[in-house]
Design a binder for this molecule. Structure first.
Ligand SMILES: C[S@@+](CC[C@H](N)C(=O)[O-])C[C@H]1O[C@@H](n2cnc3c(N)ncnc32)[C@H](O)[C@@H]1O
Length: 361
């Protein structure tokens, strides 16, 4: 049993079966044993590889997007340039390098990073030290005023509740100790969910056993950022894997050492994520007063920002091996069978913002 499994088992003993969202929160963020508190999950030696770690082209395109968005917002100076869950800081480093092509953009930016992992904070401070980043535990800590926010694979790490359709209505899906006392965990049904939590369109008629996931944490962040865009010039870029409209089904998954794992086994030692419900994020941001662009597929977004020309330029100066690597990364980021369609891009912006790059025809 991992130390965190013991903590979870004790809580279940004391208060009964634990909602899935609470389990996910503890597995990822327990102050002592949580996954993100104890390790660096990124890279070949870790558990998974993200788009910015796949190729510098990804962060560069995001940097160009940010610089054009900044101009569309009226080039506010100074402004907050924030990233949520910056990992190794690679995306931001590549973005700031590319952003230098827009005069005044980098000089106007004040860097703020929302990160809970002490280990990754240290890594980000190293990568981005030249920009004096200010760290925050959550988005509420970001300064008021004009801002551009970037979030790649951040929302999928926020806890989801799972609701299960039953003959008598929706019930909270929970986690209990496995009978027999071998230290494992198993899914079980908890209380019937309050009506306010029901999925907006699919509640009536869902077949018993249907699972619906909802992330109050993700929706709160989208609402907070949408409100900020309504009060000051702002643009937020969200990139993640997920669905564009309400979808039923379980997407909670665990990854350890670049392989799928059982989400309930050895909590704290595997990454737990769930698909992002972009429809819900857009609704929350709109309700808070923001304009919403997308979501569109990552492939289409990157192509419209000019990644093909960038790849060509990099390849022209590359060795044969490097050119193969650039081609492979290009395919990984754009191919519909890889990240091109499953990964989606959505932007939130001030209501009077001009059309943002990447989202026009
Ligand atoms: C999947 S990694 C993505 C890293 C980076 N954006 C990239 O694309 O390489 C998730 C990031 O979000 C951070 N994170 C996870 N949950 C968080 C939370 N609740 N608040 C702030 N940061 C969080 C992690 O520590 C990590 O930096």
């Amino acid at each position: 049993m991992t130390p965190l499994a013991r903590v979870i088992a004790e809580q279940i003993e004391t208060t009964g079966p634990m909602p899935v969202a609470r389990f996910m929160e503890l597995a990822l963020n327990h102050p002592q044993f949580g996954y993100y508190r104890t390790r660096d999950p990124l890279g070949a030696a870790g558990d998974f590889i993200t788009a910015p770690e796949t190729s510098q082209m990804f962060g560069e395109m995001i940097g160009l997007w940010s610089a054009v968005a900044w101009e569309a917002l009226g080039a506010p100076t100074p402004f907050t340039l924030a990233e949520l869950g910056p990992g190794h800081g690679t995306l931001m480093a590549d973005a700031l390098r590319a952003g230098r092509t827009k005069p005044g953009f980098v000089e106007a930016a004040r860097l703020h990073l929302v990160e809970t992992s002490p280990r990754l904070r240290a890594r980000q401070a190293e990568t981005l030290g030249g920009f004096d980043p200010v760290f925050h535990d959550d988005v509420a800590g970001l300064p008021d005023g004009p801002l551009i926010v970037l979030a790649n694979e951040f929302f999928d790490a926020l806890p989801v509740r799972q609701l299960v359709a039953t003959e008598g209505g929706w019930a909270e899906r929970c986690i209990d100790r496995q009978p027999g006392g071998d230290g494992g965990f198993t899914f079980t049904m908890g209380d019937q969910a309050p009506v306010a939590d029901l999925p907006p369109i699919a509640a009536p008629g869902a077949a018993p056993g249907t699972i619906f996931e909802v992330s109050p944490a993700a929706q709160a962040v989208a609402g907070e950022l949408g409100g900020r865009c309504a009060r000051a010039p702002g643009a937020v870029l969200i990139i993640d894997y997920g669905h564009a409209a309400v979808a039923m089904g379980e997407t909670l998954q665990a990854v350890r050492g670049h392989r799928y794992a059982d989400p309930l086994s050895d909590p704290g030692t595997a990454d737990l994520t769930a698909h992002v419900d972009f429809g819900a994020l857009g609704r929350c941001a709109r309700d808070a007063g923001a304009t919403v662009f997308g979501p569109i597929g990552q492939g289409r977004f990157l192509l419209s920002l000019g990644i093909a020309a960038r790849a060509k330029r990099l390849m022209a100066a590359a060795s044969a091996q490097q050119a193969d690597d650039i081609e492979a990364a290009f395919q990984r980021l754009l191919a519909p069978s890889e990240m091109g369609n499953l990964f989606k891009v959505m932007a939130l912006a001030s209501p009077d913002a001009e059309a943002l790059p990447g989202f026009t025809a």
